[in-house]
Design a protein around this ligand. Structure first.
Ligand SMILES: C[S@@+](CC[C@H](N)C(=O)[O-])C[C@H]1O[C@@H](n2cnc3c(N)ncnc32)[C@H](O)[C@@H]1O
Length: 327
């Protein structure tokens, strides 16, 4: 597989020329649960009041909301962590690169509030999305705040499935996506394998599975990393890492200008799987081939939002990557 495949993801829509995640990679300490292309996050050197936020606009706010400790934590999560339009465009392009045709049926595993599904159905009128998540209140939140804000014709093409991703039955799809490292919740290989096997079975013959991963030695450190966003500060905390079994505990805290905070609004009890382990498990689950999309660097050594297939990469303190599995 050549390195010429490129999935360019617009990195500078909101003022920061680098994704916040990659901003942390080369110099700063930690790889965080963050969006992969321009978001409303701003780098330390950028003006935090510049740019616009489609996230809050799409949530129905006319002007930027005043974030406080009473703000809904999903609003803060979506504003801080996700770039659903980039994610949808990325999987769309990867599929096109692989097969030269367009995917229509997309399943968003661990979908949470189903933001990526909502972006998927916006791409083309034939696109259909299935979101799978176990957590009823989170799905309900997504229905109320994300799906129901779509035009009715788009909303009708977004489906919710409340099931375990390892046992879910949906119509076969062209694409399954699992983002923000959600499958790290499976700590035993047998559970990871069960999940990947279920994904493999749910794909059409010309199907693809796309997931993300993060790593690098800073991801094993106990550390807190603050990112100033418009109206609040996002704190990624790695509170524990056990080198015996690679289990890690991470949290998201939101802090506000009035000094208040929502402490550990989200907690992640994960295993930090390596790219080698993930790819081996995908092959054992029946996939024919895997590719790793690694992010290019700009002249300062920071990620530039362009991901290409790589067979080899320089080791770095913190990175994130995409894994694409082909049946
Ligand atoms: C980190 S959130 C990810 C949200 C979203 N995908 C994103 O990119 O930000 C993980 C989600 O996975 C769900 N989840 C955890 N285990 C699951 C399982 N076995 N099957 C389905 N959903 C699961 C949780 O309810 C939660 O909403």
């Amino acid at each position: 597989m050549t390195a010429a495949r490129e999935c360019s993801r617009e990195p500078s829509k909101f003022g920061s020329t680098r994704s916040p995640q990659r901003r942390l990679n080369s110099r700063a300490p930690v790889t965080t649960l963050m969006s992969r292309c321009g978001s409303e996050a701003v780098g330390e050197e950028a003006d935090p009041t510049s740019g616009v936020s489609p996230v809050w606009k799409e949530l129905g706010f006319k002007d930027m909301p005043k974030y406080t400790h009473k703000t809904d934590k999903f609003i803060l999560y979506q504003a801080a962590v996700q770039s659903p339009d980039c994610e949808a465009e990325f999987v769309d392009r990867v599929y096109w690169n692989e097969y030269g045709t367009r995917a229509a049926l997309f399943r968003e595993d661990f979908c949470g509030t189903q933001l990526i599904s909502c972006e998927w159905v916006k791409l083309r009128p034939k696109n259909v999305a299935y979101g799978v998540d176990l957590h009823k209140p989170t799905l309900a939140w997504g229905l109320k705040h994300n799906i129901s804000r779509l035009p009715p014709r788009q909303a009708a093409r977004v489906h919710q499935v409340r099931q375990d991703v390892r046992h879910v039955i949906t119509p076969k799809v062209h694409l399954v996506g699992a983002f923000n490292f959600s499958y790290f919740i499976f700590k035993r290989r047998r559970d990871l394998l069960a999940y990947f096997t279920a994904v493999r079975k749910s794909l059409l013959p010309r199907g693809l599975f796309v997931c993300d991963a993060y790593g690098g030695w800073e991801s094993q450190q106990v550390i807190k990393e603050k990112t100033r966003l418009k109206g609040f500060t996002y704190v990624w905390e790695q509170s524990a890492y056990n080198p015996i079994n690679d289990h890690t505990m991470c949290h998201i805290t939101f802090k506000f200008p009035n000094g208040k905070s929502i402490k550990r609004a989200f907690t992640y009890d994960w295993r930090l799987w390596t790219l080698g382990e993930i790819q081996d498990a995908l092959i054992d689950a029946g996939f024919a081939r895997t590719e790793v999309y690694w992010e290019d660097e700009d002249k300062n050594g920071d990620g530039n939002g362009v991901y290409r297939v790589r067979k080899k990469a320089d080791n770095s303190p913190g990175w994130n990557a995409y894994i694409v599995a082909v049946p």
